[in-house]
Design a protein around this ligand. Structure first.
Ligand code: IMP
Ligand code: MG
Length: 176
């Protein structure tokens, strides 16, 4: 059995950070159109809040991907389970992730999206967990950098549970 052990990032801290990230994005893309691409399912809640903190001509779309590559495989091993509804050619694309762990999901996705010739392609993640990174990946916007702990809440799940928590917490295995 898993239960919540402690709160790592409170609802208030998340709110303040999302607002701050939105303002930064707003400044950087001033006068431009931007397409936020949220990665399902984890980033859906973050993307929904982030888009409302950006006062620009901003659009939103979602993708679902599964990464089955590992660091010893060099090829593009991202499997697109749900693709974008829109063509990104010539557009400013900002990928919105919940968490970057090994970085495999995103580095594969970036490679795949680059072939579609967007005008620009940047990365935004709420949480960065650099301890287990196996790929070189440049993150343009990051909210919180955390240690190597398994976290849930605010979109992040353990076996599909806990996504609905308004804060981010650490799980504990109670061995029951
Ligand atoms: P990566 O390819 O290793 O960077 O995997 C990133 C994905 O793994 C995220 O989009 C999450 O779905 C999942 N993930 C990684 N760490 C955590 C965590 O601490 N809690 C919940 N999901 C996680
Ligand atoms: Mg995810």
């Amino acid at each position: 059995m898993y239960k919540l052990k402690e709160t790592l990032i409170s609802e208030e801290e998340i709110k303040a950070k999302v607002k701050e990230m939105g303002k930064k994005i707003e400044e950087d893309y001033k006068g431009e159109e931007v397409l936020l691409v949220g990665i399902l399912k984890g980033a859906s809640i973050f993307a929904a809040d982030l888009v409302r903190s950006i006062d620009l001509d901003v659009k939103i779309d979602f993708m679902s991907v599964s990464s089955y590559g590992n660091s010893t495989q060099s090829s593009n091993t991202v499997k697109i389970l749900k693709d974008l509804d829109t063509d990104i050619k010539g557009r400013n694309v900002l990928i919105v992730e919940d968490i970057i762990d090994t970085g495999l999901t995103l580095s594969n996705l970036v490679a795949a999206l680059k072939t579609r010739k967007p005008k620009s392609l940047k990365l935004c993640t709420l949480i960065d967990k650099p301890a287990r990174r196996t790929t070189d990946i440049l993150v343009d916007y990051k909210g919180f950098v955390i240690e190597d702990k398994f976290i849930v809440g605010y979109g992040l799940d353990y076996a599909e549970r806990f996504r609905n928590l308004p804060f981010i917490g650490i799980l504990e295995d109670t061995e029951e």
